[in-house]
Design a protein around this ligand. Structure first.
Ligand SMILES: [Zn+2]
Length: 146
């Protein structure tokens, strides 16, 4: 993920781009709370560093954010800034670890999905944002750490 790491050319962003960021923010929050303990702490998936969920980021197992796996919470895990940004996602650790947990068939299917472009409509993105928000408030630790 890179929400504000680079200076971009100023250009009016479309309602869909704005909604995509909102949906991603809701998705990222869901993943970071889902994987946090009752005190709100969690391990970076790829280096094991402990951090508070608000200081962690959500990273994908595969690169490229255009595919249908962008909001696939099966392949999104909490990561520290160093792993997610400086080390570009640490896929060399991420993918083998996920493969150990979920099996090689799972990884093959996900990487196939990842290569297929999926374009969401504005309505789909809005619905996804609402769904993530709903799933987030239902998490068992939500009331304790929010
Ligand atoms: Zn890390």
């Amino acid at each position: 993920m890179n929400m504000n790491g680079f200076k971009k050319k100023r250009r009016k962003r479309s309602p869909k781009q704005i909604q995509k960021d909102k949906t991603w923010a809701a998705c990222s929050k869901y993943v970071r709370i889902r994987d946090a303990n009752m005190q709100g702490y969690e391990e970076c998936y790829t280096c094991g560093k402990f951090g508070y969920w608000k200081e962690m980021q959500a990273g994908h197992a595969f690169g490229g954010r255009g595919g249908s796996v962008l909001f696939d919470t099966d392949i999104i895990k909490p990561q520290c800034y160093a792993c997610n940004c400086i080390n570009h996602g640490k896929y060399d650790i991420f993918i083998p670890k996920l493969e150990r947990e979920r099996g090689s068939k799972f990884i093959q299917e996900k990487s196939r999905e990842q290569s297929q472009d999926k374009e969401y409509s504005l309505e789909e993105l809005k619905a996804k944002e609402e769904d993530f928000k709903l799933r987030t408030v239902q998490l068992k630790n939500y009331d304790l750490i929010i």
